[in-house]
Design a protein around this ligand. Sequence first.
Ligand code: SAM
Length: 286
Amino acid sequence: MELCNINHIKPLLARHGFHFSKSMGQNFLIAPWVPQQIAEGAGLDENTGVLEIGPGIGCLTEQLSKRAGKVLAIELDKGLENVLGETLSEFENIKVIFGDALKLDLKKLAAEEFGTLKPVVCANLPYNVTSPLISAFLEAGCFDSMTIMVQREVARRICSVAGESDYGAFTVYVNWYAETEILFDVSPSCFVPRPKVWSSVIKLRSRKAPPAQVSDEALFFRIVRAAFNQRRKTLANALSAGLPEITKEEILKAMELCGMEEKVRGEVLDIKGFAELTNEISKMMA
Ligand code: SAM
């Protein structure tokens, strides 16, 4: 069966009484080049174990199965159980688990299911839980890379650099854990039902070590969040609102020690800038 052919998909779904759910972010691919190119972009071989979130009817799962040692697919919608039973039955290296990926211990699952295989993530993510899923992948700390399709706006936010309008706390957070790259864009016409916005496939490559040294990682993330919480304020004002335990004068002193101007805004600081500032502020808090 051609899993991206709308003339095959419609009767398949009708046979199993399946209805699309918006709340589960169900937009299925109907352009065969897309799952092929996502799977290619993931750089798989027989030594890789792939975690896929949301196989849908299995069009990407099939492509992953052809390239990887094993595929573990987690699907929230039990209504797809019989569909997937039909579409993926001939592939021996695929295991499908039904459940909410956000409630599972992904690190434990990867260790149990992949053994000596190198764990990676490859998925067309449900758009309504993209950010918590990305956080779960990064914090699991076991995935070598994540090749994922997300809304184009989210892709731009993740892959932007300091000073750009899309740059924000989530950019710094993701780039702390991974190097980020946009692979390609995908038009709404490649899905059923057709979404309103474009999508992009991005690749996150886990870093061996963080891109800067900080004495207190929790403080680093507090400072980043505070800096972007009030984007219109200067960095000094945003931080003095977000860090009540130190004075604005101390914040200005720490900024001066980092060679930052008094009126600078948080959005121009790159990760190294935030790290330097964290280390100065941390000394003042000691
Ligand atoms: N992989 C298919 C494709 O590319 O055509 C479907 C992708 S669709 C964008 C997202 C899929 O994720 C749906 O099958 C949906 O049911 C599933 N899903 C939504 N929330 C989920 C969750 N929390 N855990 C696991 N799967 C989820």
